[in-house]
Design a protein around this ligand. Structure first.
Ligand code: ATP
Ligand code: MG
Length: 442
């Protein structure tokens, strides 16, 4: 993409309304624009990051055996009356009346809908285990939307729903998602810690929140230090095999959100292992048994021919919240520092002197050859001041900058800057193309 043809409205001033660094940087770097309280338009850079995050979430859900569907944002109130949650959900639910006076709502979550879809289409235990997910916008009329997309009213969520024949199988489904979440967040450069959590309005008896530690986090959390650095299972992890060992290794160490905190069990840890921190919740998983299958009548014929209520769990990831969470975890005083896996472009190509024939030619060649190799390059071909170009590239945070100017080219050289460390290196044009043409493994 040529920057001269792109749309990337940067902001010079620090927006006064933004209290945390991710919100400030998302506005300044032109990722989002607020439309109403807690409701945002996604501009091209933000949209690209959202799509990258969505892609990683999707790959890891598929790898763990979940199957993608897409349910609507608008649901009928009757569906929620059947489960008994219509009144219980309270003012966070955006209620709508259509032209025929039918009561509708903008979905805050989809347990009811998926359970009725399952109920109406699956009749035998042979179809189980089954885990269906979608990535769809949700609306919750949060009492205090704040921190940009971190706590929005309209936000993008991945929500998966598992259906199993008995409690043991349901716990296996839960563990698969638990492991998929560890992998998902690690691939985004995040260290996530699963913590025992309250089940809240979703209900049920087993629940973990996946938290990343950050000073600006909304939740107070407590955990064993070893949990933070523990390596996550690799891409070749066998989800059909032993999931218990991985989960037990983590759940045996203390980790709890404030509501579930047991001060005595935490005092009991050696002092140097006790971490009290603030955290951002990026995912939340629940095992709730027959809480929805019972009122909604989701049964299958079991092996002996008798009907059994299915055991269910649900598994959410805050896809749009993750954009902000990653920035909270990865930025410096000059701007965002994207991990390669979610960066809006693979690298920036900075032309220091547009109009200079040799520089234009070298840039055109690099742009063409990297493009042919499948790399996504943002080519700054504008005639902005050099200082402004560097500041803009640091602000938007692409992991690499390939800097091309007449002085270096006279010696046959271009410069590569690593955004994270700031380290610079000079390479020949060929070497630079060779370096970036190879795509890193996922
Ligand atoms: P919270 O305690 O932060 O309100 P929750 O427990 O209500 O979260 P879930 O219902 O489990 O959240 O939703 C799944 C995920 O969706 C959460 O882990 C979070 O990452 C994300 N999420 C929830 N509410 C919002 C919101 N208002 N804005 C952005 N993301 C959200
Ligand atoms: Mg909530």
């Amino acid at each position: 993409m040529r920057l001269s043809r792109f749309y990337m409205p940067l902001m010079k001033e620090t927006p006064a309304e933004a209290q945390i660094v991710s919100h400030r940087l998302m506005l300044r770097a032109g990722l989002i624009r607020q439309q109403s309280a807690g409701i945002y338009a996604w501009l091209p850079l933000g949209k690209r990051v959202l799509a990258k995050i969505e892609g990683i979430v999707r790959e890891e859900q598929n790898r763990a055996g979940a199957v993608e569907v897409l349910m609507p944002t608008i649901q009928s109130a009757d569906l929620w009356r059947e489960s008994g949650r219509y009144d219980a959900y309270g003012p966070e639910m955006l209620r709508i009346v259509d032209r025929h006076d039918r009561e509708m709502l903008y979905g805050p979550t989809n347990e009811e809908m998926i359970t009725t879809i399952f109920r109406d289409t699956v009749k035998s235990y042979r179809a189980l285990p089954l885990n269906l997910y979608h990535i769809q916008w949700k609306f919750r009329d949060e009492i205090r939307p704040r921190f940009g997309v971190m706590r929005g009213r309209e936000f993008l969520m991945k929500d998966a729903y598992s259906f199993d024949i008995d409690g043991e199988a349901a716990r296996r489904a839960y563990r698969r998602m638990f492991i998929a979440y560890l992998r998902t967040f690690a691939r985004m450069g995040l260290k996530s810690v699963p913590m025992r959590a309250d089940t809240g309005p979703i209900g049920g008896d087993l629940s973990h929140e996946f938290i990343i530690l950050a000073d600006t986090g909304e939740s107070q959390v407590f955990c064993h230090r070893d949990l933070i650095e523990m390596p996550v299972p690799g891409a070749d992890f066998d989800y059909e095999g032993d999931t218990e060992a991985v989960v037990a290794q983590r759940t045996s160490l203390y980790a709890a959100t404030e509501e579930m905190h047991d001060a005595a069990a935490f005092e009991a840890l050696p002092e140097d292992k006790r971490v009290t921190a603030r955290g951002i919740e990026v995912g939340h998983i629940f095992y709730f048994g027959t809480k929805y299958s019972k009122p909604l009548g989701a049964k299958v014929a079991g092996p002996d021919g008798n009907d059994v209520l299915v055991e269910m769990g649900s598994y959410g990831i805050g896809v749009s919240r993750l954009v902000a969470a990653i920035i909270e975890a990865s930025h410096d005083e000059n701007g965002i520092v994207w991990p390669e896996s979610v960066a809006p472009f693979d690298l920036a190509l900075v032309n220091l002197k547009p109009g200079d024939a040799a520089t234009d030619e070298a840039c055109a060649r690099i742009y063409r050859e990297l493009g042919a190799a499948g790399r996504d390059v943002l080519y700054d071909d504008t005639d902005e001041r050099v200082g402004a170009k560097f500041a803009a590239m640091d602000l938007i945070g692409l992991p690499w900058q390939l800097i091309v100017g007449p002085k270096g080219l006279a010696k046959g050289e271009v410069e590569v800057k690593d955004r994270r460390s700031g380290a610079r290196e000079t390479l020949t044009v060929e070497a630079a193309i060779g370096r970036f043409a190879a795509k890193p493994a996922a």
